[in-house]
Design a protein around this ligand. Structure first.
Ligand code: URA
Ligand code: SF4
Length: 213
């Protein structure tokens, strides 16, 4: 295996000016890791630049890859329901992913999710950091291990630390929870869904309690 990657990480593809428009444009030209090659397009975050909550998932799925928008497929529908039950308005949130291109493998005619490697997660992090720097959300919600480990380190364990305020300077409130797709895959869907809603409820409470900025 080669020791050095031919890919320079996303840092080499960052625009000079950090604006949403410049970022959204530049990400479509990113070759910071191999994932751009088999995807339809990069899927950047969506939502208000002034959003109080930023929700971070793993990577786009099949439908996100086709449409270019994050969390529009089955996991997105489930997230919508969970946010609604928790009392968080998705239209007022900023929703994005740790990795911007869909990583997949073929199963018959279907394209199924393939987990991005640590190298790919790290390569893609500059885009997420730029989104954080621009949106400056009061609450940052990391959904699943990829999002949490991308920003908090490889040793972070969602199962042990979910649903609590974490020690972090990334935002006023930083918290981790399970990924909506984990609910879809689970046998005990209802319980898992209730857990996701409860974790999001902490964020909703905190936002209501804290004074608006
Ligand atoms: N799963 C994710 O992590 N992100 C999406 O945008 C869709 C599914
Ligand atoms: Fe660039 Fe991220 Fe896409 Fe890799 S996944 S090519 S780092 S945007």
């Amino acid at each position: 295996m080669p020791r050095t990657s031919p890919y320079p990480t996303a840092a080499a593809f960052m625009p000079d000016r950090l604006t949403m428009t410049a970022l959204r444009d530049a990400v479509q030209h990113c070759e910071g890791c191999p994932l751009y090659a088999n995807a339809t397009q990069a899927v950047f975050g969506e939502g208000l630049r002034s959003a109080e909550v930023m929700l971070v998932g793993e990577q786009p799925g099949d439908q996100e890859d086709r449409t270019g928008a994050p969390f529009v497929g089955p996991a997105g529908k489930l997230l919508d329901r969970a946010l609604d039950e928790a009392g968080i308005d998705r239209r007022k949130a900023y929703v994005t992913n740790a990795v911007k291109h869909f990583k997949w493998r073929a199963r018959g005619t279907r394209r199924i999710h393939d987990k991005p490697s640590w190298t790919e997660q790290r390569a893609c992090r500059p885009w997420l950091e730029a989104e954080l720097a621009l949106v400056k959300p009061r609450a940052l919600v990391l959904m699943g291990a990829t999002a949490a480990q991308s920003l908090l380190g490889k040793s972070f364990r969602v199962t042990q630390n979910r649903g609590a305020a974490l020690e972090s300077s990334l935002a006023e409130l930083v918290t981790a929870t399970i990924h909506p797709s984990a609910v879809l895959r689970a046998d005990d869907r209802e319980e898992m869904f209730a857990g996701l809603v409860a974790d999001l409820g902490l964020v909703a409470d905190e936002l209501r309690r804290a004074a608006p900025r």
